[in-house]
Structure formats: C-alpha cells, structure tokens
Write a protein of this length. Structure first.
Length: 493
C-alpha cells in the first residue's frame, strides 16, 4: 500500500483507518496461512526424504552378518570382527591331533636301491648294511575292467534233465556299466555337484573311457528308483523325532522358480522340491502334518499353520536382524537384546557341560523380566527415533524394521526363548541351513534342473547321501550298496 492511500484514509476519519487496518490484517493472515501450508508440506516431504535416505542407507549397510542376505552378496568392504579374543596363540592348540602323513609297516611294494659292486671290484650284492627308508603314497593307474558273465545250459546225460544257470539280478543288459562305476557317476554329479559335461570329462580323464551324459542320467534314475523305500523310512522317522529343523529356499527348475524344502535332524535329512513355498507344499510332502514335536524355523508364517507341534524361533536370525538395526539406526535396545540372548546361550552351554539339564527357575524369571524390560525400552526408543510416514496405498503409518522386529519378539516370546526352557531345543536353526546350503550350491554350479523329474531325483539321492554321512557311513560305499539293492537304512528313532 502506497503512502497516498494511507494519507487519504487518515483524512477521511477514524473509521477509514480502522477499515484499512482490518483489510491489511486479513491479507497478512491469508499470507501466513499459505506459508504455514507450505511449511507443513515441506515438513512432510522432509520426513519422506529422511525415511527414504534411512532405507537406502540400511540397504547399503546390509550384509550377511547383520541380515538374511547370503554371503555371496557382500561387497568388498571388510566387516568388523565381533569375535572376542581368547588369549590363545594362533595355530594348532596343545593336544590337537595332527594330520601328518605317517609311514606304514606293510607297504604294497618295496624297491631296494643297492650298490652292486665296489670301485675296487668287490661284489656287494650279498653284504648287509644300514637301511634308510622313504615311502611314497601314490594312486595306481585307474582303468575300467570288463568282466564277461556267461550262463551255461547243459543236459544230464543220464536223466536228460536240463540245467540252466541265470545271470546275477543286477546284470540286466547285454552290455552295461558296473555298480562301482555307476556309483561314481552319481557321486560326482549329485553329491560333489559336478555338471554332467564335466563329469564325463573327469571320468574320461581318470579312466580313459568315454561315457555319455545320458548314461549318467540313466544311472541317476536307476538309483532314484531303488531309494524309494529309504526315503519313506526317513520321512516316517522324521515324523516321530522330538526336535525337527525345517527350512526352504528357491531353486530354479525348468526355467521356473520352485522351492527346495528340508526337514532334518542330527542323523536324518530329507529334501523335496515343490512348486509352492507355503503350507500346501508341506502338506504335499507329508512330514509336518503328522509331526508333534518341536519345529525350529526362521519365522516363515506358513509353518505356524501346523498346530499339533510346538514351535521354536531361530535366534541366529534374530541376532543378525538386531545387529542390523543397531548398526544402521543406533537403537540401544537391539544391542541389549543381542547381549541378553547370547548371555542366556552361554549360561546354558555352561550348565550342559556341568551335567545339568535345566536352568534354575529364579534365573529363568530374571531373564524373562529382562526380556520384557528391553522390549519396553525398545518401544520408547522407536517412538523417539522413528518419524511417522504414511503409506501411499493405505494411508496408515508405515512400521519401521525395528518396530516390526519388536512386535515379533513380543508376540513370539515363548518361541524365541524356547531354548532356555528346554535344553533339547537348540539356540538356532543352523543345522537346516547347513543342509540346504549345499543344495543351493548345486544351482550356482550347474544352474536349474532340466526335465520333469530332475529335481526329484536330485533331492532323494541327496537326502540319502546326507543321511549316510550323518550316520558315519562312507557316501561312495553307500551309493554302491544302494545300486546293488542293499541301501543303508537308518534306525534312529
């Protein structure tokens, strides 16, 4: 407003001045409201950007040590070493059994290197002297031996009865590979995870005999058929165990994502491939619907569909997630919860070594109280450090990773601390993860399964080989026996 307008209003009297001031006040209020709206909009945008930055930083900070990401996705940045120093020197400790190559008393072959004659012309062949020994451990040249079986038909010259012999049951073709060679094919391709082309190349290099990839496939199919009873036995025994480890992981088959499911113990392993990941797959496989013990898993929700059994959560997953929240968002409660879980585990390990099979009730109550106090602290800390961001789809506040983990630890407190209540329940689900890790390695080496039944063949043979290994059986020898029709059948329950 210019000066002339103000003077004119002043000359017209007090009423004009009042009207002018009111108009000016209304304009100022309008401008103030507009600025407030812009400020609120900027605040919302700032919150969204802050959340996005936090999410991106969290993604960058994730690795195999603080999340469920596999080690293969780790970058070149060296993760911090969280192991505590023991004070012991590096290398083998006192009492450690070495693996030094030792001489044998009865070698397969002896080569005497003797002087035949002296320079003076004296013969030394019959003279005994000082002997020094050195032994060489060597692999003999590998060859394929061909055995020809002949049956005979003869007629008794007296009674004229015909006597006809039969070939052994395992010899069904005019020309075929023997049990040991078939077992080697299956061992290399299904246990050592060597691709078919490289398996044929390796066998050719070792034996000088070329085999086709189709021959390996046929040997695999043959062994798969003979292991049906073994797989049924393993499944029936797994249904009756007290503690069962379960896990699942994606696996490509015929160009599509399928899922490898494992159920295992310290003595038994079962793998199955299915197009589904959830409860329908477990129902079709047939182990979990009849299981009544304690199932350990990584909180995959479909497992909770099975209510005839009790459940236990994998605390290795909790430790990694808590570590990620602490390292990325500096939540102190996450560090406290990690310390509590590790403390309980160490106490249990000490009690087990001391011959105890349970924790004192007062100690359990103390840990339960500390657990609840940490959760309460976490809720307050989340309110202080988490900015409210509304979902674009639902309009409801979006929960942070810390809030979701807090809710899970509170809702599944019994399952998380089950290892404290029952010493037979382990702290984590690492057994199932170790079993399934080698199966995943097969995909990295050889890619997806091809053919309608390739995944099923691999899973049954791998289940058998893993079970044999867990029971101290030689895998190669066990495969030979299975091809002969005499597979190792575990009796653990």
């Amino acid at each position: 407003m210019d000066e002339s307008k103000i003077i004119e209003s002043y000359n017209n009297g007090v009423s004009e001045i009042v009207s002018l001031l009111k108009n000016m006040n209304e304009e100022l209020l309008k401008q103030l409201n507009i600025q407030n709206q812009e400020l609120n909009s900027l605040r919302l945008e700032n919150q969204k950007l802050y959340t996005q930055i936090a999410e991106l930083e969290a993604r960058l900070n994730k690795n195999s040590k603080n999340s469920s990401k596999p080690p293969s996705t780790d970058n070149y940045k060296k993760p911090p070493n969280t192991r505590k120093k023991t004070g012991r020197s590096t290398g083998g400790q006192k009492g450690h059994v070495g693996k030094t190559l030792l001489k044998v008393e009865n070698p397969d072959k002896i080569v005497d290197i003797k002087a035949e004659a002296c320079e003076c012309g004296c013969c030394l062949s019959g003279i005994e002297g000082k002997i020094q020994i050195r032994q060489v451990f060597e692999l003999p040249k590998i060859t394929v031996n061909v055995t020809e079986f002949r049956t005979h038909e003869v007629i008794c010259p007296i009674c004229k009865k015909v006597h006809k012999t039969e070939f052994p049951e395992t010899i069904t073709q005019p020309v075929q590979y023997g049990d040991n060679l078939q077992a080697l094919m299956v061992y290399l391709s299904n246990y050592q995870l060597i691709p078919l082309a490289r398996t044929t190349e390796l066998i050719g290099a070792l034996t000088g005999h070329k085999i086709s990839q189709g021959t390996i496939v046929n040997a695999t199919k043959n062994l798969f058929d003979k292991l049906e009873k073994v797989e049924d036995t393993i499944k029936e025994q797994l249904k009756k165990v007290e503690v069962l480890h379960t896990d699942e992981s994606g696996m490509r088959s015929q160009g599509k994502i399928n899922w490898i499911h494992t159920a295992s113990t310290e003595c038994l392993t079962h793998f199955a491939i299915h197009e589904k990941r959830g409860k329908q797959a477990a129902i079709d496989i047939g182990i979990l619907p009849e299981f009544e013990g304690t199932m350990i898993h990584d909180h995959w929700k479909p497992y909770y569909f099975f209510t005839d059994c009790t459940h236990a959560e994998c605390n290795a997953h909790h430790i990694r997630n808590l570590k990620g929240i602490y390292e990325t968002f500096s939540h102190e409660w996450a560090q406290d919860m990690m310390s509590l879980l590790v403390k309980i585990k160490r106490q249990i390990d000490f009690l087990k070594q001391s011959g105890h099979n349970k924790m004192p009730e007062n100690t359990i109550k103390t840990h339960e109280l500390n657990y609840k106090e940490i959760l309460a602290k976490g809720k307050k800390e989340c309110l202080q450090k988490s900015s409210e961001v509304l979902s674009k789809k639902t309009g409801k506040p979006v929960k942070t990773n810390a809030q979701r983990l807090l809710e899970k630890l509170e809702a599944y407190d019994i399952e998380t601390l089950s290892f404290m209540y029952d010493f037979n329940i382990p702290f984590d689900n690492n057994l199932a993860e170790r079993d399934i890790r080698m199966v995943k390695l097969r995909q990295k080496i050889s890619g997806s399964f091809r053919g309608d039944n390739g995944g099923d063949w691999f899973c049954r043979i791998r289940s058998y080989a893993s079970t044999c290994r867990k029971n101290g059986q030689d895998v190669m020898e066990s495969l030979v026996n299975a091809i002969k029709g005499e597979p190792f059948i575990p009796e653990t329950v």
